[in-house]
Design a protein around this ligand. Structure first.
Ligand code: CA
Ligand code: CA
Length: 196
């Protein structure tokens, strides 16, 4: 799982290749270019790996001796572009073993991968819940009291002080505290700042 803008790597691996081992491979990997972009594809031992179009990388290559067991074929470096999930679909065009003079196809079970991009720590927009200076999403007498304490310099700040200036253009002062108190008591049903 990556955040948007974050980079990560995906390994293309071959598992449990029987003797004489994997020698030639051609594999296409497709992905969702809306979600991820491929920065580069690093092949291992005797292979080449390159992007094809906007939504695929192609891995191809051959080694004269086979690779038995598990091996890494390539490393694909990706970056998350959008929140979401991109499949990594593998299409095995061909896998051949290292039988000299007569490479035999290898049957392989394909395991597709997936990349999940989280939206990440996007900056939360500073939205106003007017009158609520202690961030509890309730406008109460406590909020009015906090404003009055700030105005009296008894308190340096409040967690959501930006919600306190309900009569704008004159800074935070005792009028704001009174308005918040009136709102909490139901005497007024909106603040001057909310008009227009
Ligand atoms: Ca509150
Ligand atoms: Ca004010």
């Amino acid at each position: 799982m990556l955040d948007v803008g974050e980079e990560g790597s995906v390994l293309l691996e071959a598992f449990s290749m029987p003797p004489p081992g994997l020698a030639a491979a051609q594999i296409n990997v497709t992905y969702d270019p809306e979600i991820v972009s491929v920065l580069q594809c690093l092949p291992f031992t005797g292979r080449v790996c390159y992007p094809v179009g906007k939504d695929a990388v192609k891995l191809t290559g051959a080694t004269s001796t086979g690779q038995e067991g598990d091996s890494v074929l390539a490393q694909v470096d990706v970056r998350c572009e959008q929140p979401g999930s991109s499949p990594l679909e593998l299409e095995v065009v061909g896998l051949f073993d290292a039988t000299i003079g007569d490479p035999q196809p290898i049957d392989a079970e394909i395991t597709d991968g997936k990349i999940t991009c989280a939206s990440g720590p996007s900056p939360t927009p500073l939205s106003n819940f007017w009158g609520d200076v202690d961030c509890d999403f309730v406008v109460s007498a406590v909020d009015a009291l906090l404003v009055l304490q700030i105005v009296a310099a008894l308190l340096p700040t409040a967690p959501c002080m930006h919600n306190g200036d309900v009569l704008p253009n004159d800074g935070l002062n005792s009028i704001d505290g009174v308005l918040i108190l009136q709102f909490s008591a139901g005497i007024i049903d909106h603040f001057p700042v909310e008009q227009g």
